[in-house]
Ligand binder design. Structure first.
Ligand code: SF4
Length: 408
């Protein structure tokens, strides 16, 4: 019955064990945390400080950096110091593969400076010859009171575990689809590693799990399974999401569905940057995903119609773009001066068809004149017609009204 949904909204958030990463709470009812990752060479201290700062100022609440070799491990404490000098305490996460145990043991200042260590159970597993590597990292985390993310990844899955499950499947009377077995290996890899870490002494309050896949439907299935089989805090992300709109759409589709089902305590939108592109786009997309779904508010939303043959000129697009850019630029200072400004809704509409209606739903909205309409642009404030703007300075006048509204 389509009329039965009187209340629109997501499923209740899944109850998970809360983990503190630096001073940021993840899971256990805390707001869903936005995180991102640098693509600088971590050994380049200045370059990495600059990018972490840009990501943090764009709204990334935690930032992950690659720690792939000795030079990178040696750089980490200097990066932490440099960020502190900029007044940034954003938690730093070290991304370790293969030799993380060695780097953390040989560079204790790096182990101390990081707030969380990411381990990939596909290349630092807990079985056989790799058991000591896994144990070493977990023991260093315990000693330094740091959180750990056990991050399984479809592209670097624990091959021993996968082979074992594939063999069992082949011998079974009713073999499952190969992708289903691979998904099971992802979930088991994360859960078995977490159980081993707990055996070593790392409490649940220090562990976050992830199981990233690049195909949307597999990702949804893997995380649903992971969430139903444990109460660890969960890091959501679609790996190898891709470039441009493809990466944004794939990540939003996958993460949107899981968040709607109450799954996910921290998210990263992994986008392949365009050459020379802005790394902070992944932070903006993550924030917009959480805000459009109603989980959090970060910046005022600008609702704009798509424009059509009724739109008279480029004024409409220019105004929508300039209002959006203006708001993003001013937000850092507005946030301190005008608490709650992030809840503001602005509408910029192209003609009389939906313009007045949509503008009335916003805190402040403008309906520009469409083809054949008189050259007047009514402005609506809190649902009421407030003023009509005319002439070549409509854009500037409307911006001034937005500022007035915020200030009041
Ligand atoms: Fe077109 Fe007017 Fe609708 Fe905008 S509000 S899309 S200009 S009909």
């Amino acid at each position: 019955n389509p009329l039965q949904n009187d209340v629109a909204g997501p499923a209740p958030r899944r109850q998970t064990t809360q983990v503190m990463v630096g001073d940021i709470a993840v899971g256990g009812g805390a707001p869903i945390v936005v995180q991102s990752m640098t693509n600088t060479d971590t050994a380049d201290v200045e370059g990495t400080i600059k990018q972490v700062a840009a990501l943090a100022r764009a709204g990334s609440e935690m930032v992950r950096i690659t720690v792939d070799r000795e030079e990178a491990a040696a750089a980490v404490p200097h990066i932490r110091d440099g960020l502190r000098k900029l007044g940034l305490t954003t938690p730093l996460i070290g991304d370790f593969h293969y030799i993380g145990h060695k780097l953390l043991a040989d560079y204790p200042a790096c182990a101390e400076a990081l707030d969380k260590y990411r381990i990939n159970p596909g290349n630092v597993g807990f079985k056989n010859k790799r058991d000591s590597q896994f144990t070493d990292i977990v023991e260093i985390a315990i000693k330094n009171n740091k959180a750990v993310r056990i991050g399984a990844n479809w592209g670097s899955l624990d091959q021993e575990l996968l082979t074992k499950l594939m063999d069992e499947n082949a011998a079974s009377a009713q073999p499952r689809d190969v992708r289903a077995v691979t998904r099971e290996a992802m979930v088991q890899s994360a859960l078995l590693s977490a159980a081993r870490a707990e055996e070593i002494g790392l409490p649940k309050t220090k562990m976050i799990l992830s199981a990233k896949v690049s195909a949307v439907q597999d990702l949804i299935a893997v995380y649903q399974d992971l969430a139903s089989r444990s109460d660890y805090a969960i890091h959501l992300g679609l790996t190898e999401a891709g470039m441009g709109s493809k990466g944004i759409v794939a990540s939003s589709a996958a993460l949107g569905i899981l968040l709607q089902q109450g799954i996910g305590d921290t998210i990263r939108i992994s986008l392949t940057p365009e050459p020379g592109g802005d790394r902070t786009l992944e932070v903006q997309v993550a924030q917009e995903l959480l805000q459009t779904m109603g989980f959090r508010t970060f910046v005022p939303l600008v609702a704009a119609c798509p424009g059509c043959g009724r739109t008279t000129s480029t004024t409409f697009q220019e105004l929508a773009r300039s209002i959006q850019d203006f708001i993003r630029l001013e937000m850092p200072s507005w946030k301190t001066r005008y608490p709650g400004v992030e809840n503001l809704n602005v509408a910029v509409m192209g003609c009389i068809v939906n313009g007045p209606g949509e503008s009335k739903h916003a805190n402040i909205g403008i309906s520009l004149p469409g083809t054949g309409e008189s050259p007047a642009a009514p402005v609506f404030v809190d649902g009421q017609k407030f003023r009509t703007l005319r002439g070549p300075s409509i854009a500037t006048d409307f911006k001034a009204l937005v500022i007035d509204y915020i200030e009041q």
